[in-house]
Write a protein that binds this ligand. Structure first.
Ligand code: FES
Length: 143
């Protein structure tokens, strides 16, 4: 449990640094190139989580989520998962979580559907979503 918390804090601090760097970049460029920059690391996303591993086993229960490699992965039903980038499209803060059946940014409250569509004003740009495939206890997250 303690390791898990440290890992989350580590990932969070990494995410915030990444977001801060991105903000600097965005300040000197157009919005469209800013958007491309935030999406580019995402296109190489392809990793697998072992749901029998204690770190990720909470994904065996509907409503839970984990954050791995900057991606928020949620168990949205008995048979389905959803995954989106942790970096919000509103102001590029790495504060997206899963809550109440959708994705939610704790920074200013942007909300997104499980497919990444924006569902309120701050979330109106939507958010990069990823595919998921469960094989046995291996959950693959990929672009
Ligand atoms: S950065 Fe996510 S709502 Fe503003």
């Amino acid at each position: 449990m303690e390791n898990k918390i440290k890992r989350h804090e580590f990932l969070k601090s990494m995410g915030l640094k990444g977001a801060a760097l991105l903000a600097v970049y965005c300040g000197a460029s157009s919005l469209s190139s800013c958007k491309n920059e935030s999406v580019s690391p995402a296109s190489s996303v392809d990793f697998t989580l072992d749901l029998s591993n204690a770190t990720y086993s909470k994904l065996n229960t509907t409503g839970n989520y984990v954050i791995a490699n900057g991606i928020v992965i949620a168990r949205v039903s008995a048979t389905a998962f959803a995954a989106v980038t942790q970096v919000c499209s509103h102001e590029n803060k790495a504060n997206v979580i899963y809550s109440g059946g959708g994705f939610y940014c704790t920074q200013h409250g942007a909300t997104f559907s499980i497919t990444g569509a924006g569902t309120n004003a701050n979330g109106s740009r939507g958010i990069q979503a990823y595919k998921t495939t469960l094989t046995g206890t291996s959950l693959r997250i990929y672009a």
